[in-house]
Design a protein around this ligand. Sequence first.
Ligand code: GRF
Length: 190
Amino acid sequence: MLNIVILISGRGSNMQAIVEANIPNLNIMAIISNESQAAGLIYAAQKGINTIILSHKDFASREQYDLALQQQIDQLGKVDLLVLAGFMRILSNDFVSHYQGRIINIHPSLLPAFKGLNTHARAIRAGAKVHGATVHFVTTELDSGNIIAQVEIPVLENDNAESLAARVLIQEHKLYPAAIARFARGEIKL
Ligand code: GRF
Protein backbone atom coordinates (compact mmCIF):
# COMPACT_ATOMS: atom_id res chain seq x y z
CA MET A 1 0.00 0.00 0.00
CA LEU A 2 1.30 3.44 -0.93
CA ASN A 3 0.30 6.01 1.69
CA ILE A 4 0.08 9.50 0.24
CA VAL A 5 -0.78 12.98 1.45
CA ILE A 6 -1.83 15.58 -1.13
CA LEU A 7 -1.12 19.27 -0.60
CA ILE A 8 -3.29 21.84 -2.37
CA SER A 9 -3.95 25.57 -2.29
CA GLY A 10 -6.92 26.06 -4.58
CA ARG A 11 -9.03 24.42 -7.24
CA GLY A 12 -7.60 20.96 -6.65
CA SER A 13 -8.43 19.51 -10.04
CA ASN A 14 -5.27 17.41 -10.09
CA MET A 15 -6.10 16.10 -6.62
CA GLN A 16 -9.56 15.26 -7.92
CA ALA A 17 -8.09 13.41 -10.90
CA ILE A 18 -5.89 11.38 -8.55
CA VAL A 19 -8.87 10.48 -6.36
CA GLU A 20 -11.02 9.54 -9.34
CA ALA A 21 -8.33 7.37 -10.89
CA ASN A 22 -8.99 4.76 -8.18
CA ILE A 23 -5.34 3.72 -8.24
CA PRO A 24 -4.80 0.20 -6.89
CA ASN A 25 -2.84 -0.05 -3.63
CA LEU A 26 -3.15 3.68 -2.98
CA ASN A 27 -4.25 5.11 0.34
CA ILE A 28 -4.92 8.85 0.50
CA MET A 29 -4.29 9.66 4.15
CA ALA A 30 -5.27 13.33 3.94
CA ILE A 31 -5.64 16.41 1.79
CA ILE A 32 -3.94 19.42 3.37
CA SER A 33 -4.50 23.00 2.25
CA ASN A 34 -2.79 26.19 3.34
CA GLU A 35 -5.86 28.12 2.15
CA SER A 36 -9.08 27.65 4.11
CA GLN A 37 -11.16 28.61 1.05
CA ALA A 38 -9.55 26.15 -1.35
CA ALA A 39 -12.30 24.75 -3.56
CA GLY A 40 -10.62 21.35 -3.58
CA LEU A 41 -11.36 20.92 0.12
CA ILE A 42 -15.09 20.73 -0.56
CA TYR A 43 -14.62 17.95 -3.09
CA ALA A 44 -12.30 16.00 -0.79
CA ALA A 45 -14.64 16.29 2.17
CA GLN A 46 -17.56 15.11 0.03
CA LYS A 47 -15.50 12.06 -0.86
CA GLY A 48 -14.99 11.34 2.83
CA ILE A 49 -11.27 12.06 2.68
CA ASN A 50 -9.60 13.50 5.75
CA THR A 51 -9.12 17.24 5.08
CA ILE A 52 -6.81 19.49 7.06
CA ILE A 53 -6.39 23.26 6.86
CA LEU A 54 -3.10 24.67 8.03
CA SER A 55 -2.96 28.36 7.24
CA HIS A 56 0.42 29.94 6.65
CA LYS A 57 -1.07 33.17 7.96
CA ASP A 58 -1.00 31.74 11.47
CA PHE A 59 2.80 31.52 11.45
CA ALA A 60 5.43 34.22 11.67
CA SER A 61 7.92 32.69 9.26
CA ARG A 62 8.23 30.19 6.44
CA GLU A 63 10.37 27.94 8.63
CA GLN A 64 7.79 27.88 11.41
CA TYR A 65 4.98 27.09 9.01
CA ASP A 66 6.92 24.35 7.28
CA LEU A 67 7.84 22.76 10.60
CA ALA A 68 4.20 22.75 11.69
CA LEU A 69 3.23 21.28 8.32
CA GLN A 70 5.85 18.58 8.67
CA GLN A 71 4.60 17.68 12.15
CA GLN A 72 1.02 17.61 10.91
CA ILE A 73 1.96 15.28 8.06
CA ASP A 74 4.14 12.96 10.09
CA GLN A 75 1.54 12.65 12.80
CA LEU A 76 -0.75 10.97 10.23
CA GLY A 77 1.50 7.92 10.21
CA LYS A 78 3.95 6.47 7.70
CA VAL A 79 3.74 8.70 4.64
CA ASP A 80 5.32 7.16 1.55
CA LEU A 81 4.72 10.00 -0.85
CA LEU A 82 3.90 13.67 -0.48
CA VAL A 83 2.06 14.89 -3.56
CA LEU A 84 2.09 18.62 -4.32
CA ALA A 85 -0.91 19.48 -6.47
CA GLY A 86 -1.14 23.21 -6.96
CA PHE A 87 0.39 23.88 -3.54
CA MET A 88 1.39 27.51 -4.00
CA ARG A 89 4.16 27.71 -1.43
CA ILE A 90 7.91 27.70 -1.71
CA LEU A 91 9.15 25.04 0.67
CA SER A 92 12.09 25.55 2.99
CA ASN A 93 15.21 23.44 2.58
CA ASP A 94 14.66 21.56 5.86
CA PHE A 95 11.17 20.52 4.81
CA VAL A 96 12.28 19.32 1.40
CA SER A 97 15.28 17.45 2.85
CA HIS A 98 13.02 15.72 5.37
CA TYR A 99 10.97 14.23 2.53
CA GLN A 100 13.79 13.68 0.10
CA GLY A 101 12.87 11.03 -2.47
CA ARG A 102 9.23 10.98 -1.36
CA ILE A 103 7.94 14.39 -2.45
CA ILE A 104 6.73 15.11 -5.98
CA ASN A 105 5.14 17.99 -7.85
CA ILE A 106 3.38 18.65 -11.14
CA HIS A 107 4.52 21.68 -13.06
CA PRO A 108 2.74 23.05 -16.14
CA SER A 109 5.64 23.18 -18.58
CA LEU A 110 8.16 20.92 -20.24
CA LEU A 111 10.86 21.33 -17.62
CA PRO A 112 13.57 22.51 -17.60
CA ALA A 113 11.81 25.12 -19.77
CA PHE A 114 9.65 27.71 -18.00
CA LYS A 115 10.26 27.14 -14.33
CA GLY A 116 8.17 29.31 -11.99
CA LEU A 117 4.82 31.00 -12.64
CA ASN A 118 2.80 32.01 -15.73
CA THR A 119 4.25 29.19 -17.79
CA HIS A 120 1.60 29.19 -20.50
CA ALA A 121 1.83 32.90 -21.29
CA ARG A 122 5.61 32.69 -21.29
CA ALA A 123 5.61 29.69 -23.63
CA ILE A 124 3.42 31.56 -26.10
CA ARG A 125 5.49 34.72 -25.82
CA ALA A 126 8.65 32.71 -26.45
CA GLY A 127 7.12 31.24 -29.61
CA ALA A 128 7.33 27.68 -28.27
CA LYS A 129 6.00 25.09 -30.72
CA VAL A 130 5.40 22.53 -27.98
CA HIS A 131 4.40 22.83 -24.36
CA GLY A 132 3.18 20.46 -21.68
CA ALA A 133 3.54 19.33 -18.10
CA THR A 134 6.11 17.58 -15.94
CA VAL A 135 5.92 15.42 -12.83
CA HIS A 136 9.18 15.70 -10.93
CA PHE A 137 10.82 15.04 -7.59
CA VAL A 138 10.98 18.14 -5.42
CA THR A 139 14.41 19.35 -4.42
CA THR A 140 15.56 22.49 -2.68
CA GLU A 141 15.97 24.22 -6.03
CA LEU A 142 12.60 25.33 -7.47
CA ASP A 143 11.19 23.13 -10.28
CA SER A 144 14.56 21.43 -10.76
CA GLY A 145 14.31 17.89 -9.33
CA ASN A 146 14.63 14.68 -11.33
CA ILE A 147 11.91 14.26 -13.93
CA ILE A 148 9.48 11.36 -13.49
CA ALA A 149 7.07 11.88 -16.38
CA GLN A 150 6.25 14.43 -19.05
CA VAL A 151 3.49 15.03 -21.54
CA GLU A 152 3.94 17.17 -24.62
CA ILE A 153 1.27 18.95 -26.64
CA PRO A 154 1.54 21.26 -29.64
CA VAL A 155 1.07 25.02 -29.22
CA LEU A 156 -1.59 26.00 -31.75
CA GLU A 157 -1.35 29.13 -33.85
CA ASN A 158 -4.37 30.81 -32.26
CA ASP A 159 -3.61 29.68 -28.70
CA ASN A 160 -3.72 32.17 -25.86
CA ALA A 161 -2.59 31.47 -22.29
CA GLU A 162 -6.07 30.30 -21.28
CA SER A 163 -6.67 27.93 -24.16
CA LEU A 164 -3.19 26.47 -23.82
CA ALA A 165 -3.55 26.08 -20.04
CA ALA A 166 -6.86 24.29 -20.51
CA ARG A 167 -5.36 21.77 -22.94
CA VAL A 168 -2.32 21.20 -20.73
CA LEU A 169 -4.57 20.69 -17.70
CA ILE A 170 -6.50 17.89 -19.44
CA GLN A 171 -3.16 16.13 -19.89
CA GLU A 172 -2.06 16.84 -16.31
CA HIS A 173 -5.13 14.98 -15.12
CA LYS A 174 -3.86 11.85 -16.90
CA LEU A 175 -0.16 12.31 -16.26
CA TYR A 176 -0.23 12.76 -12.49
CA PRO A 177 -2.44 9.74 -11.64
CA ALA A 178 -0.37 7.60 -14.04
CA ALA A 179 2.87 8.65 -12.34
CA ILE A 180 1.45 7.97 -8.88
CA ALA A 181 0.21 4.57 -10.05
CA ARG A 182 3.80 3.76 -10.97
CA PHE A 183 4.88 4.66 -7.43
CA ALA A 184 2.12 2.40 -6.09
CA ARG A 185 3.50 -0.43 -8.22
CA GLY A 186 6.96 0.22 -6.79
CA GLU A 187 8.40 1.18 -10.17
CA ILE A 188 9.89 4.53 -9.24
CA LYS A 189 12.67 5.51 -6.89
CA LEU A 190 14.86 8.58 -6.72
C1 GRF B 1 -1.74 23.01 -12.22
O1 GRF B 1 -1.65 23.63 -13.45
C2 GRF B 1 -0.41 22.47 -11.78
O2 GRF B 1 0.39 22.05 -12.84
C3 GRF B 1 0.22 23.67 -11.11
O3 GRF B 1 -0.83 24.32 -10.46
C4 GRF B 1 -2.07 24.00 -11.11
C5 GRF B 1 -2.95 23.42 -10.06
O4 GRF B 1 -4.27 23.23 -10.52
N1 GRF B 1 1.28 23.25 -10.23
P1 GRF B 1 -5.27 22.38 -9.65
O5 GRF B 1 -5.36 23.04 -8.27
O6 GRF B 1 -4.75 20.98 -9.55
O7 GRF B 1 -6.57 22.45 -10.36
